[in-house]
Design a protein around this ligand. Structure first.
Ligand SMILES: Nc1ncnc2c1ncn2[C@@H]1O[C@H](COP(=O)(O)OP(=O)(O)OP(=O)(O)O)[C@@H](O)[C@H]1O
Length: 256
């Protein structure tokens, strides 16, 4: 199949171990311009290790991450990293200053509107709910006009309504700005609702088990669509193979 989109980041034969534990081996994946790419895998499969190496927080043992030096990257970590002594708007200005973008007040205004946080620009992080803080984390990453935003489980531990709203917000921002996103999740439904391209991580000491393309218009997706549902079943079959079942002798349960 011919790929017309430009590759903007590439993991080539990546290998990463911690002491005796090989977490990633022969990992190959591409991030394409203007796409939402998802790295999907069960707990412990090495997703955060991919994120940390991409962010330069860890070195690969072997292989390469290929990207242009000029590529502007932004990151959304699992746990909020907001500055507690700065208001919501000052948190955005703080990161914008790194790129001389602090005068972009219209962009901030737009992001606050899109995230429903317009009335909380002057609030401090401790005055916001968990979901609001996560929304602020997301718009902070979008405030620096990055080429590629990495998101590590951005919707983890949020309730269904907040997840739904944030998915809508991400979809809208991506559609309007054409920004590329690389997000990590263990949730197949989230991957299917958001991604153009899903890489399923094969599990400890391994690479990518499968690459999946989702063509359906993001704003029209429902998990009950036959196309998505069939893909969900495919992913679940792979996950069932990857996740070892724990074994407990029935009579030991009497100890409970
Ligand atoms: N700094 C570290 N030192 C030693 N082992 C580590 C380190 N970081 C991760 N590991 C191990 O590497 C493996 C993969 O961890 P990683 O956090 O990348 O997985 P994950 O897919 O992100 O998991 P989860 O979804 O539970 O966050 C795990 O077995 C973990 O214990």
């Amino acid at each position: 199949m011919t790929e017309k989109k430009a590759k903007i980041l590439e993991f080539e034969n990546a290998k990463k171990s911690y002491d005796q534990l090989t977490v990633l081996k022969n990992l190959n994946l591409n991030v394409y311009q203007g796409e939402i790419t998802c790295l999907l895998g069960p707990s412990g499969s090495g997703k955060t290790t991919v994120f940390r190496t991409a962010a330069g927080m860890e070195e690969l043992d072997e292989g390469e991450i290929i990207k242009k030096d000029s590529l502007r990257l932004a990151y959304v970590f699992q746990e909020p990293r907001l500055l507690p002594w700065k208001t919501a708007e000052e948190n955005l200005i703080f990161v914008q200053k790194n790129y001389n973008l602090e005068k972009e007040s219209k962009l901030r205004e737009l992001l606050f509107n899109l995230s429903g946080l317009s009335n909380f620009k002057n609030s401090y992080p401790h005055e916001l709910s968990g979901g609001m803080k996560q929304r602020l984390e997301l718009i902070r990453a979008f405030a620096v006009k990055a080429d590629l935003v990495f998101l590590d489980e951005p919707l983890k531990s949020l309730d269904m309504k907040t997840k739904y709203n944030l998915r809508k917000m991400i979809t809208l921002i991506q559609k309007e700005s054409g920004i590329s996103l690389f997000f990590i999740t263990h949730d197949p439904e989230e991957a299917l609702l958001l991604a153009d391209r899903i890489y399923i991580l094969a599990g400890e000491g391994s690479g990518i088990k499968k690459e999946m393309l989702i063509k359906k218009d993001r704003s029209q997706r429902k998990i009950s669509d036959p196309e998505l549902y069939q893909k969900l079943e495919e992913i679940m079959a792979i996950f069932t193979d990857l996740v070892a079942e724990f074994e407990v002798d029935q009579k030991d349960l009497k100890e409970l």
